[in-house]
Design a protein around this ligand. Structure first.
Ligand SMILES: Cc1cc2nc3c(=O)[nH]c(=O)nc-3n(C[C@H](O)[C@H](O)[C@H](O)COP(=O)(O)OP(=O)(O)OC[C@H]3O[C@@H](n4cnc5c(N)ncnc54)[C@H](O)[C@@H]3O)c2cc1C
Length: 389
């Protein structure tokens, strides 16, 4: 790389790093994005084909205004970068709808209804029997309530990372990929980064290192715990799984246990992707996460397929290990540090991908203006400091 001095260096270039790099480069800043691998890759948290996107956010209504902006930005990015994708890879965002099922008092149904009501979102309520008539690939027991969000769907995760990077490159961003960050020195108004290949400096840095955030910023180590998560692909015996009007994206919460399972329509005509959102084992070092999947680990998801889905075989033919970076309260950590010129976006707790577009914009605002008009105050780590007192 000829240049070694930049306005901003982005440390880690997965979902959030690629979006931040794109928004920073669009503002005319000289940006360098560094990653140990060559994104999009399958070693962090932003791989495995698809990610659910929805607005009736059961985790908290405060996320909804950010989601409205995220939707606009995904549509804009799709439009801006569609020429760079082949015909089979045209779409970033598929609005296939999302069916939520769970107990009436559970987190999912209660929270989705609250967000929809507070922000005037379309959320169709129906009985379990009505839902099964409409979506015959789902099996829903009468004890569960169901709601359908027609404007929800899924993002093609790796394509989104690639699209942000493509747009960033078009605006002059530079990349140092396949370079591991070995050491970062934070001064009061500059940052120096040493990698396996060279040394770079900038007026400020953005830390978007996912599961590795605590290794680059020790003060975040205690706040981010890394969980090993598994995605499964199950064969289908009914081609209706490729038709979202019969088989939309789905997320079930089970009474008593509170366990949450989810899945997608078939994107390849042969399998569907399924996973459990709850559960997962904590790992000490994300670089040595166990990527071997043992057959007994798939029992919960197989049971979900057998009980709640029609025309899906119980045994997976493919799996992939991914990581959740859990914050203490499962809400995101988005901060502009005061003692050093650093913006951090971390702790996305297994539900962050849909926000990469809008929080990339927020990161660029924080770097360029020191503030943003996007409503992100509730994501500041200040809330964790007050919990500790
Ligand atoms: C199984 C699974 C399912 C999910 N489902 C959904 C969903 O349906 N909807 C949703 O919205 N979200 C979902 N999420 C969450 C979402 O995918 C994550 O929140 C998001 O991808 C996190 O992106 P990130 O940029 O923080 O991390 P990453 O994409 O992992 O990026 C971090 C990057 O930093 C780089 N890096 C770290 N340390 C170094 C270093 N020392 N040197 C160089 N590079 C370094 C890594 O190589 C990596 O590329 C899911 C996550 C998983 C794992």
């Amino acid at each position: 790389m000829s240049d070694s001095t930049f306005d901003v260096i982005v440390l880690g270039c997965g979902g959030f790093g690629s979006a931040s790099t794109c928004h920073l480069a669009r503002r005319g800043l000289r940006v360098l994005a560094i990653d140990r691998f060559s994104p999009p890759h399958d070693q962090g948290s932003s791989h495995g084909e698809t990610r659910i996107i929805r607005k009736a956010y059961f985790e908290h209504p405060d996320y909804v205004p950010l989601l409205k902006r995220a939707y606009q930005l995904w549509d804009e990015l799709s439009h801006l970068t569609e020429e760079s994708r082949s015909l089979e890879e045209q779409k970033l965002f598929v609005r296939c709808g999302l069916l939520l099922a769970g107990p009436s008092t559970g987190e999912v149904i209660t929270g989705a209804r609250q967000s929809a009501q507070q922000h005037q979102l379309t959320l169709e309520s129906m009985t379990a029997a009505e839902a099964v008539r409409r979506f015959p690939m789902l099996r829903i027991s009468d004890e569960l309530e169901t709601v359908f969000e027609p404007d929800a769907g899924f993002l093609w995760a790796e394509r989104c990372v690639a699209a942000h990077l493509h747009d960033a490159a078009g605006h002059g961003a530079q990349f140092a990929f396949n370079e591991a960050i070995k050491d970062v020195q934070f001064g009061s108004n500059n940052v120096t980064v040493r990698t396996s290949e060279g040394t770079y400096s900038a007026a400020c840095a953005v830390v978007t290192a996912g599961a590795w955030t605590g290794q680059l910023l020790p003060e975040y180590k205690e706040w981010i715990q890394v969980k090993r998560k598994i995605l499964y692909w199950h064969p289908i015996s009914n081609s209706a799984w490729a038709d979202p009007t019969q088989a939309p994206a789905h997320l079930f919460e089970f009474p008593g246990s509170g366990r949450q399972f989810y899945g997608f329509p078939s994107v390849d005509g042969r399998t569907v992707k399924l996973a459990e959102h709850t559960g997962g084992d904590f790992v000490a070092d994300p670089s040595s996460v166990d990527r071997m999947v043992r057959s007994e680990e798939g029992i919960g998801v197989s049971d979900y397929a057998n009980r709640c889905l029609s025309g899906v075989l119980g045994t997976a033919t493919r799996s992939a290990v991914c990581m959740y970076s859990m914050s203490p309260d499962s809400h995101f950590l988005l901060d502009r540090l005061t003692h050093v010129p650093v913006v951090v976006a971390a702790g996305f707790s297994g539900h962050g991908f849909k926000f990469t577009s809008v929080l990339g914009e927020a990161v660029a605002d924080l770097v360029t203006n020191g503030q943003t008009s996007l409503p992100i105050d509730f994501l500041s780590s200040r809330r964790l400091l007050s919990r500790q007192m």
